[in-house]
Design a protein around this ligand. Sequence first.
Ligand code: MN3
Length: 208
Amino acid sequence: MPFTLPELPFAREALGDLMSAETLDFHHGKHHKAYVDKVNAMLGEKGLEGASLSAVIRAGKERGDKGLFNNSGQIWNHNFFWQCLAPPQGQRPVGQLAALIEEGFGTTEAMLARLKEEAVNHFASGWAWLVLDGGSLKIASLHDGDSPVAHDGMQPLLTLDVWEHAYYIDYRNARPAYVDAVLGNLVNWEFVARNLDGQGISRADQQG
Ligand code: MN3
């Protein structure tokens, strides 16, 4: 069965001006969809029909097949990214997640400032990540379509897409304003906290 474009977990208008319906039409409906279509078109010739999305990503890495790797990684990264977002309702990290943030960074604001720094300074296209690594929280970034799926021990909690297509409609070239808007208002901290169980990779995987 080919991979499919998952539905957004919120209404297209639910994020308001912080991430507009037009941005979501393009980002989800065109960019994310294009990665799904490209990978589906490759599976037969690559001998990967029936493989799960995570298996396709790992095969792309093992084979040094950049086209397969980046396109399949982008499907997974976007599947995960949409789940990291929620309508702005003043949400904040609580419980075990808040405790781990305090332990690693002092305060939520300090952690978000580090994540913003990583996202803003990432050169060209890629993703900024909050991950669980050996029981503590770490900030990381990965280039292009690279994904935690391809990195042993990197358990994804939260990601931010810093490809230009993520912000150009709403923020033009102002990546820092986009990063502030998302990190300050749109993070689904309940989803982030759920990923402390180490099962984050499975939450954006797809069966082949
Ligand atoms: Mn994107």
